[in-house]
Design a protein around this ligand. Structure first.
Ligand SMILES: [Zn+2]
Length: 138
């Protein structure tokens, strides 16, 4: 897989984020990445906060699969680990997520947005991706 172009664009129609499966509403800015590989060309759509989560949540770059980059599955796993570590309570050997941080209660996109905000407030772990975010994400 080769990335042949990455840009922040304003959505002319609704899209679905390839990281969290939630809606990117028309009019919002998002990360648009064009990839080629195996004779195909495709576009990856990502919320800006999901792209930032990639950079802020530990472990995201630990298993970059050659020719695939970071998979959605790996993204979800790292997020889930972070949630358990930071917003989980262990009871009888099981980890229960605080309802405020539970993807079964709130849309995943809202949880990711909150996670990024919290990590930034506590001091960034990595600072490699710092786009200037449009107002709708503040
Ligand atoms: Zn997303």
């Amino acid at each position: 897989m080769e990335n042949i172009g990455t840009k922040i664009v304003k959505a002319r129609k609704d899209h679905i984020c390839d990281w969290c499966d939630c809606r990117i509403p028309k009019g919002h800015h998002y990360m648009c990445q064009t990839n080629v590989g195996n004779g195909e060309i495709w576009t990856w759509h990502g919320h800006l906060f999901c792209e930032e989560a990639l950079d802020k949540i530990p472990g995201m770059y630990d298993s970059v699969i050659e020719d695939e980059g970071i998979t959605t599955e790996h993204f979800r796993e790292c997020l889930s680990e972070w949630l358990k570590e930071n917003h989980g309570t262990v009871t009888d050997g099981k980890i229960a997520l605080d309802p405020e941080w539970n993807p079964q209660v709130h849309p995943l996109s809202e949880i990711i947005k909150k996670a990024v905000r919290e990590i930034k407030a506590n001091g960034s772990l990595r600072m490699t991706f710092e786009p200037s975010f449009p107002d709708e994400y503040r």
